[in-house]
Design a protein around this ligand. Structure first.
Ligand code: GDD
Ligand code: MN
Length: 381
C-alpha cells in the first residue's frame, strides 16, 4: 500500500524536474516511506512530461499526467490528488525552491494533523534571497488572508504542504480551482482544521522562470472574497449587480433622451397621458438591456460566454424575454408607486419623482432576473 503521494505541478521545468525526482527517490527510500510521485504537466513546450516519462518509464512509482485542455497550478494539483493512491497527499514545486529535505519531518507531523505546511516563517524557515518587493507582496498577501479568513498559520501562501486524503475528499466540492493559492482553499474552507508548520528556507530558482503574474494576484484577491463572502453573496451576483447598476444609468439616460425627444418636460402631462411617458421608459429599458447583455456576456458569465452571431442572438432573445418579465415588475412598481405618491403625498410631486419610482422598480427586477439568467440564459452545460 502506498503511504504518500507527492504531486508536482509543472510547466516548463525540464531542467529541474529530473533533479528533484532523483532527490525525492533517494530521500524517501532512505526513510523507508512507500510513495508515488505524480507529475502533472500542462503540455509544456519544453516537453517536461515526455522527459519524465522516458526516464522513469520502468519505475511504476513515478506517474506523469499530461494535460492538454486545461491550465493552471491549482487545478493541476487537484488533478494529481484526484488520481493519487496514498493516504497523504503532498505538493511541492518542481523548481527546487522548496526544500524536499523536510518531507520526512512533515510526514511525521501529518499523522497527528490534517495539514502540514512547509513554511518560510517558523523555526529555521526563511525567504532566502527574495528581493524587497516580492517579500513585501507576499507579506501583504499573507496579512490580507489572515485578516479576512479564520486561519492560524504563518505561511498560508505556501505551495508546499501535505494533507490527509480525507480532507481533500471532504473539501474538494467547495474548492475554487483558479489561481495559485490551493493550500488556502483547503485550510480556509474547512472549519476547525488542524494545521502545523515545518520551517524551510526558500531557495532561488536556478533554471526556468516563475509563472507568477498579475492575473495570479487578481485571482488571489477574488479568491479571498469568494472564500469569505462567497456563500452569502456570490461573486457572480456582485458582478451582475454592478453591471445592472451601470445599466440603471444607461436606462435613465435613455429615458431622459426619449423624454426630451417626446417633449415630456412638464409633470403636468402625466395626469393626462400614460402612453408617452411609458414610451420613454421603454426606450431607456431596451437600451440598457442591450448594454447589459454585452457586459454580462463578456464579464459576469464569461465562463459560459456566448460566441458567434447565432448564439448571441439566441442569448440576447432569452435575456430580453427575462428582462421583459423584470420590466413588467419594474413598470408596475414605477407606475404604482407614482400613483400612490400622487394620491397620498402630492407635496412630494416634483419633476424628478418619476425617476425615483422607476429606480425602485429596477432594483426589484434585478434580483429576479439574476436568478433566471444564471439558470436559463447562461446555464452551464
Ligand atoms: N501544471 C502546471 N500548470 N504547473 C504550473 C503552472 C500551471 O499553469 N503554473 C506554475 N506551475 C508549476 C511550476 O512549474 C512550479 O513547479 C510550481 O508550479 C510553482 O510555480 P512558480 O512559477 O515557480 O511559482 P512561484 O515560485 O512564483 O510561487 C511559489 O510561491 C508562492 C508563494 O509565494 C509557489 O510555491 C506558489 O505555490 C506559492 O503560492
Ligand atoms: Mn517557483
Amino acid at each position: 500500500m502506498i503511504n504518500f503521494s507527492l504531486i508536482i505541478p509543472t510547466y516548463n521545468e525540464s531542467q529541474n524536474i529530473l533533479i528533484l525526482i532523483d532527490r525525492i527517490i533517494n530521500l524517501l527510500e532512505k526513510n523507508k516511506i512507500s510513495f508515488e510521485v505524480i507529475v502533472v504537466d500542462d503540455d509544456s513546450k519544453d516537453l517536461t512530461w515526455k522527459i519524465v516519462g522516458e526516464k522513469f518509464n520502468s519505475d511504476s512509482r513515478i506517474r506523469v499526467v499530461r494535460r492538454v485542455n486545461e491550465k493552471g497550478l491549482s487545478s493541476a494539483v487537484l488533478k494529481g490528488m484526484s488520481i493519487a493512491k496514498g493516504k497523504y497527499f503532498g505538493v511541492i514545486d518542481a523548481d527546487l525552491q522548496h526544500d524536499e529535505q523536510i518531507l520526512p519531518e512533515m510526514l511525521k507531523q501529518i499523522e497527528s494533523h490534517d495539514v502540514v505546511v512547509g513554511s518560510r516563517v517558523v523555526g529555521d524557515g526563511g525567504y532566502g534571497e527574495w528581493g524587497f518587493t516580492r517579500k513585501l507582496m507576499s507579506k501583504i498577501a499573507t496579512l490580507l488572508a489572515k485578516i479576512m479568513l479564520p486561519i492560524n498559520i504563518g505561511d498560508p501562501m505556501s505551495g508546499f504542504f501535505i494533507l490527509k486524503k480525507e480532507i481533500f475528499e471532504e473539501v474538494l466540492p467547495k474548492v475554487n480551482p483558479i489561481g495559485f493559492k490551493i493550500l488556502l482553499e483547503f485550510i480556509a474552507r474547512k472549519k476547525g482544521i488542524k494545521t502545523t508548520e515545518v520551517g524551510y528556507v526558500f531557495k532561488n530558482r536556478i533554471y526556468g522562470e516563475t509563472k507568477m503574474s498579475s492575473s495570479v494576484i487578481q485571482n488571489y484577491l477574488v479568491a479571498l472574497y469568494d472564500i469569505r463572502f462567497g456563500e452569502v453573496i456570490s461573486l457572480k451576483f456582485l458582478k451582475y449587480a454592478f453591471i445592472g447598476f451601470l445599466g440603471v444609468f444607461v436606462n435613465l439616460f435613455g429615458q431622459f433622451l426619449a423624454k426630451s425627444f417626446l417633449n415630456l418636460t412638464e409633470p403636468e402631462i402625466y395626469r393626462q397621458n400614460f402612453t408617452k411617458p411609458f414610451y420613454a421608459v421603454c426606450f431607456g429599458f431596451e437600451i440598457s438591456v442591450l448594454s447589459n447583455y454585452i457586459f454580462n456576456n463578456i464579464w459576469t458569465f464569461k465562463e459560459s460566454r456566448k460566441f458567434g452571431f447565432r448564439e448571441n442572438v439566441l442569448g440576447f432573445i432569452k435575456f430580453n424575454l427575462i428582462s421583459i418579465l423584470g420590466f413588467l415588475i419594474q413598470v408596475s412598481v414605477w407606475r404604482f408607486s407614482f400613483e400612490l405618491i400622487q394620491k397620498f403625498s402630492p407635496e412630494l410631486m416634483f419633476n424628478g419623482i418619476d425617476y425615483i419610482c422607476n429606480f425602485f422598480g429596477i432594483m426589484l427586477a434585478t434580483a429576479g432576473n439574476y436568478f433566471l439568467n444564471k439558470n436559463f440564459t447562461w446555464s452551464e452545460k
